[in-house]
Design a protein around this ligand. Sequence first.
Ligand SMILES: [Zn+2]
Length: 1040
Amino acid sequence: MSSYGHLPPYQAPTEDPRQTHPGTQQPRPKVAPGPPGYQPGGSPYPQNTSNFQQDQYAQTPQNGYGYGATPVQDQGYFSPQGQIPTDDPGSMGGLASQMGGMGLGGETAAVSRPGKKKNRHAYHNIDQPTVAAQAFNQSTGNAAQYVNQDPPQQMSAGQPITPAMNQFPAQVNPPFSPALQSSSQNPGFGAPVQTITTPSGPGVSAQGRVDPEQIPSIPRARDGATQYYLDHVYPTIEQHIPPPGAVPFVAHDQGNSSPKFARLTLNNIPSTSDSLSTTGLPLGLVLQPLASLSFGEQPIPVLDFGDVGPPRCRRCRAYINPFMTFRSGGNKLVCNMCTFPNDVSPEYFAPTDPSGVRVDRAQRPELTTGTVEYLVPKEYWAKEPVGLRWLFVIDVSQDAVSKGFLAAFCDGILAALYGEGDERVSDEDPDGEIPEASRKIPIGSKVGIVTFDKAMHFYNCNDELEQAQMLVMSDIEDPFVPLGSNGLFVDPYKSKSIIVSLLAQLPKLFSQVKNPEPALLPTLESAVSSLSATGGKIVCSLASLPTWGPGRLVLRDKNDLHGIESEKKLFQTDHPGFKKLAGRMVESGVGIDFFIAAPAGRYMDIAAIGHLSAVSGGETYFYPNYVAPRDSLQLSLEIKHTVTRETGYQALMKVRCSNGLQVTSYHGNFLQHTFGADLEFGVIDADKAIGVMFSYDGKLDSKLDAHFQCALLYTTASGERRVRCTNTVAGVSEHAVECMKFIDQEAVVNIMAKEAATRMTERPLKDIRNVLTEKSIDILAGYRKTISGSHPPGQLVLPENLKEFSMYILGLTKTRAYKAGHEPSDRRTHTMRQLKSMSPTELSLFLYPRILPLHSLPPESGFPDPTTGHLVVPPTIRASFSRIEDGGAYLVDDGQICILWLHAHVSPNLLEDLFGPGYTSLQSLDPMLNALPILETHLNAQVRNILAYWGSVRGSKAITIQLARQGLDGSEYEFARMLVEDRNNEAQSYVDWLVNLHRHIQMELSGQRRREDGSGGGISTMGMENAMAGITSLWTGKEG
Ligand SMILES: [Zn+2]
């Protein structure tokens, strides 16, 4: 691993490339004049030319869905089209350098990997976008997935699907603010600055005095962006603020990575630490390196540079990327991270044209694409890469059998490997060859099966056997693996009949044994031993606290520590066995996903068990009240998802950044031995995100851009060793006011959530909530101070890009991780680890669910639009009980569970349309229902289509439904919890929260603020105290 991740000693650059910066000579693409005002530090980015807002959303009539009738917006949302002088025109030349003419000519870039099809990276002309530009979920090939597509009979022109984009009355004379202009490049949907008048004076209840319609609405913002991105591509260089988290979109990689892989909190970065401090914002990057792509997006290029490997900077080891520049006729390669001018090796040399661009640039994806993969030679190997070994470790003890968890888990494995029902038999090939299309896991990957109760059982599933052979290992004090890897790990398609029959027999077999206590730790130690030669992934089920054998766990949470200082002990483990095993897993290139059922909500010590998945890069699926008939579908779908999602193993990650910045901390689920070391992952998958925080070790040059590169070295499931590079660029500005136009609030919230999760084991929960509150005040007050507007003090001013920020933070303080009041430690710990690894999409839904009324669905909703082919997605409503109508039916989805809530007076006709003839009352419905039956009714098809669509735009959890009938089901409690705008979860309502924030902002502005996070100082003091870490740490306490 010597060539990976070790920084050579720092040397001063021998030449300052700024003086010969090619950016100044390069041609720029000819584009139509863009909206004025957007020049972050003088960016030469091509401007976005579309006037989408006026075209699409302004002046639309209020839609007719019967909620929240509000004044019609009667003017566009752009400020008058006046030129705004920029502070530093012509700066930020770095970006233009290799980007000039970037892929706009419809050229075809070849992939240099031999044997790969050419033409797979045909770039699109931005003005006439082709494939990718069409849309998300376009009709071609996609509409077919939706059921009952006959054009809905009642569709008429009188029911336009044009949600008004802003529910607020237009300001008559909007006060001048630079932020007004900046919004023109951001399809953020609504007024650039939101002002709310709140009652003044402490102790005044806001409810009833602030119009709840006036406060920023996450559903409106999401729905508007969703509509916009149905027929707009996100061009990664031209646009600077990514779509909101839960909004599906198609990105066009123009050299800057798609926001699916990387999102910066600030897409224009202050040049100094002091300047950043004034904003109160963290400088951070949310990385999701293996994120899945949408239909219509270009696959990630896979490039092979043979034995020499990809070109890298000799000094900082950054990989070649579109922002490195060539000069001296192509002989020198100037690094965009450290500015070192490298010699270009003869095999990589190509001349540059008169403008300084390499003549072969268009054929080289590494010079045009922000996210690429490099096949890497042996020096990057830790061990011989092989196809991924999946080891299913199945709990067969008494609780697993009797709760139906074992049967459901076995069925889930079968569904994951061989598909559902009919699919499972249809892929038999008479010649014994398995067509690749019917494989659920790639060629080369293998599976093994182990079961355990107080002993462990290994299964030889070799395809030469008639049936699986069981080898029992009852010596759990000193276990070994009684089976060579050839018998344990088999091709699941060659051994299909053996595996199918084994998994079908297991529940019956162990129903006669009934050992009550599972011995988890010794079993996992053996499992890791069986994988130590290759690395791999363990998928383990568990249905009761493992109280048997070495490393047994005990009931630690006795309900006596809640709310007191030592409660945090319950959120972590001191168990030496589990801690040691976690380290051994990562070292062996092994990661683990747990599927844990806690029947009747019993204690499972998630802190100790889940520690293994948290450290090894895996995931814990936790079913706190597992009930077999209801939850088995979700279990099965989630096993399928975990096996079929993109998974890499034996991974190392390093993030590099421009001179002047440094990484201060990482937050996520991984192992980092020492500060500054590479992050290590046993496994990493498509759903996992990592937060990276930066501070300044110097001043950034506002004439250059700031660059970030994440390099993930990993082995693919098919057994190839690769590096995935994710390159991200941001502008640099001397003025914080410029930077505030390019805040990505979803990234800010994600970073704050991840850092708070890291601190949960160090600080009392009350401190964590206080810090989140104080940071929100810092950020909003920072905006008020920076943008010296003329708003009266009675107005809460929310910048366009932070409009929904406060609500997300309120949602965060209401999660089970941080909320006040009693909460079992298992739930708190589980939520904490989820927050650490959640992607922006998953987190956004988790903090603010989407709620859809079903009783008032317009007829065309849930079907493809006949002209565009897009699924017509109806508007969602605010998460508040005040929006719930008598007799209503609602779907509530927070990305983890989806509840179908039915009002006591819901129409019998609606019930019959949804559930079938005879189901006319709430009492007649089966509370164990987990999916809708397939009916011929219009409503049933609409809802199934919408659920299928939602299932495609969320994170790692499967979508099934859980009934919550008013007055009948316990899940109503969950429903109430998810109405996050209300006063619940031991926290304020949204309105009261805003009023509270506003009061503190006013006090901060008048110098009277008393901080409650225990830091005892204001922003400036905080900056002083953390001179090394800068403001990037949200925490003034001890640094982790
Ligand atoms: Zn370098």
